[in-house]
Design a binder for this molecule. Structure first.
Ligand code: IMP
Ligand code: MG
Length: 175
């Protein structure tokens, strides 16, 4: 779908830019975690496109699982309260955990998830986000790796939604 067909105002990050950044990220993970027991954790729903592309650029063995969190409040601003609605294993010892998330905005969601997973004793924990929107951060958290930094704009596509629409776009666009 083109931007014009969907009502997206402008394309912020193209399909090609995403593909090459994801490929590079997969190569880095494959080198860094060679010989380790890797668990890739996607946060639903927004990360489903990113993690499926990223996983296929990883050339070492890895397990994949998903968590889901819902935060309540208005649709474009995350509230402080985050609920885990789907969870992974309660013991992560022996695992090098890599959280893959669509976007780090206020940081509320990921700071809560990070805290929960660290209590489960993983060998290591890394947070990789497709997009980092640092201007709106309120929680004390930074990504270990962000593929793209974006300004304070509401974006959709490549897994990110507005009212559950636009997740299927191949690019990241501004609404
Ligand atoms: P947080 O504010 O860092 O807790 O982000 C919570 C969630 O809000 C993210 O995982 C996204 O699902 C969603 N979100 C934040 N900014 C955007 C955006 O620009 N577009 C679509 N979803 C967003
Ligand atoms: Mg999300």
């Amino acid at each position: 779908m083109t931007a014009v067909e969907t009502g997206v105002k402008s394309v912020l990050i193209t399909e090609e830019e995403i593909r090459s950044a994801v490929k590079k990220c997969g190569e880095e993970i494959s080198q860094k975690y060679s010989g380790k027991k890797v668990l890739l954790v996607g946060i639903l729903k927004g990360s489903f496109v990113f993690i499926s592309d990223l996983a296929r650029e990883i050339t070492i063995p890895c397990e994949i699982d998903f968590m889901a969190a819902s935060s309540y409040g208005s649709s474009t601003v995350s509230s402080g309260s985050v609920n885990i609605t789907r969870d992974i294993a309660s013991d992560l010892s022996g695992y090098s955990v890599i959280i893959a998330e669509d976007i780090l905005d206020s940081g509320n969601t990921l700071s809560k998830i990070k805290k929960i997973l660290l209590e489960r004793n993983p060998d290591s924990l890394e947070i990789i986000v497709l997009l980092d929107k640092p201007e709106r951060r309120t929680a004390d958290i930074e990504p270990d790796k962000a593929l793209f930094k974006i300004p304070d704009k509401f974006v959709v596509g490549y897994g990110l939604d507005f009212n559950e629409q636009y997740r299927n776009l191949k690019y990241v666009g501004e609404l």
